[in-house]
Design a protein around this ligand. Structure first.
Ligand code: UD1
Length: 416
């Protein structure tokens, strides 16, 4: 098993390019199932989740050509309409094949994802929406079996705001007979990125970026070339690396307009931030100030940045309350951070973080993707050596993380 070894205490200084967004690339790869034509996708990050998704699509019969960050997918013939448990359990986003597969091929068998480290994460909203569009769905032996001659447009009001739920239904609706309205849709920028890709493929979608998305179904979609948006969570993670270590960073090929809530909180913590359309510069001159925050669906503060911000608060002046409203079990990094001298108490869905003068290096264990990122950040600012075990979580979602951090002055290496 691979580990990351970090010698802490070096401020993060320099310039880094932000990769394509994992959470936009994954649904966009699945959009290839909606057409027999070639879909060329640019700026696809090299991540384990992307590789898992390509393996899944390949098994279904999608032809795949890759050339660095550019991929061409052709789903001319779909022959194996199954997403097996082995794949869905390692990457929940595999559920995103359900909507497009059903819409295009009229059938799909997708494993139920089951629980995961950060919470229960059911998929009832995906199923409810597809049933409203006329799909016959049965759950048997842990699998969703879905069938439909052709999906019909429907008026769907989501009970809760779900990102992949909205994406699955939006993709399915592009080929349905008639108009679908999704109310209480999630508004994450990655959903808009997927919608823009679908529009480039000939889909008729209105209300992109709002919580009411209207999709007029068409007979077929065609090929297109589409560039994936930059990763806002990778952006936020590097910003916190610089802020927590008292450094200065310039991020290029990013999208500050997708990070308003995170940038506001960083400024509240005392960071000086400048930005242009595709760049952000952050400078931290003083020790950070504690900042209260509450995660919620976009445009509020993202749950995927909660663990990282906790590290900043753990060395800030004062006490802060971090409230997690999206996932019920997303504080697993707390126990590990406490091993590094952080002063954090969890009460229900709130973590009370009292800033300490310094964190201490320790052996810690990564438990999920964003928790792993928080441990890397903690290791960067801690006194002495931190060894992070189970970093396969990190490789699911951060491209070339140790190379990028090394270029910024961090002393970090991978060991087996
Ligand atoms: C997506 C992101 C993930 C992010 C999360 C919340 C991808 C690939 N992943 O995950 O990085 O942390 O959004 O921003 O884009 N829920 C239900 N029923 C459903 C669906 C969801 O109860 O049918 C609940 C979940 O358990 C959770 C909440 O809704 O409590 C939000 O989950 P959701 O937005 O669906 O998360 P994902 O799309 O899985």
């Amino acid at each position: 098993m691979q580990k990351l070894i970090i010698q802490g205490g070096m401020p993060i200084y320099g310039e880094v390019r932000i990769s394509g967004a994992k959470n936009a690339a994954l649904p966009i790869l699945c959009a290839s199932l909606l057409t027999a034509d070639m879909l060329t996708i640019e700026n696809v990050p090299y991540l384990n989740d992307v590789i898992t998704m390509l393996n899944l699509l390949g098994q279904m019969g999608v032809g795949i050509e890759t050339e660095k960050e550019r991929m061409t997918l052709t789903a001319a013939h779909l022959n194996h309409l199954i997403a097996p448990y082995e794949m869905v359990k390692t990457m929940r986003a595999a559920i995103l094949v359900l909507g497009p597969m059903l819409a295009r091929a009229g059938a799909a068998k997708v494993s139920l994802p089951g629980g995961c480290a950060i919470g229960l994460r059911p998929v009832d909203q995906h199923i409810k929406g597809l049933q409203a569009m006329g799909a016959e769905i049965e759950i048997e032996h842990g699998y969703i079996h879905a069938k439909a001659r052709r999906l019909s447009g429907a008026h769907i009001v989501m009970d809760i705001v779900t990102v992949t739920g909205t994406e699955n239904l939006m993709m399915a609706a592009t080929l349905a007979d008639g108009t679908t309205i999704i109310e209480n849709a999630a508004r994450e920028p990655e959903i808009s990125d997927l919608a823009n890709c679908l529009i480039a493929m000939g889909a008729k979608i209105h209300g992109v970026g709002s919580d009411i998305i209207t999709i007029e179904g068409v007979e077929t979609l065609h090929g297109a070339t589409y560039r994936v948006m930059p990763d806002r969570i990778e952006t936020g993670t590097f910003l916190i690396a610089a802020a927590a270590s008292g450094g200065e960073i310039y991020l290029k090929e990013t999208r500050p307009d997708t990070l308003d809530a995170v940038l506001d909180k960083l400024m509240e913590a005392g960071a000086a931030i400048e930005s242009g359309p595709d760049w952000i510069r952050l400078k931290m001159k003083h020790a950070p100030k504690s900042v209260n925050l509450r995660t919620a669906p976009y445009p509020a503060f993202p749950t995927d940045m909660q663990a990282q911000f906790m590290v900043l608060n753990s060395v800030a002046t004062g006490t802060a309350i971090i409230t997690e409203t999206i996932f019920e079990n997303r504080f697993m990094h707390v126990q590990e951070l406490k091993r590094m001298n952080a002063d954090i108490k969890v009460e229900g869905n709130a973590a009370i973080v009292c800033g300490v003068a310094a964190l201490d290096g320790a052996a810690v264990m990564a438990t999920d993707l964003r928790a792993s990122a928080s441990l890397v950040l903690a290791g960067l600012i801690a006194r002495g050596e931190t060894v992070i075990d189970r970093i396969y979580h990190l490789d699911r979602g951060y491209e070339f993380i140790e190379q990028k951090l090394s270029m910024l002055g961090a002393r970090i290496r991978r060991a087996t």
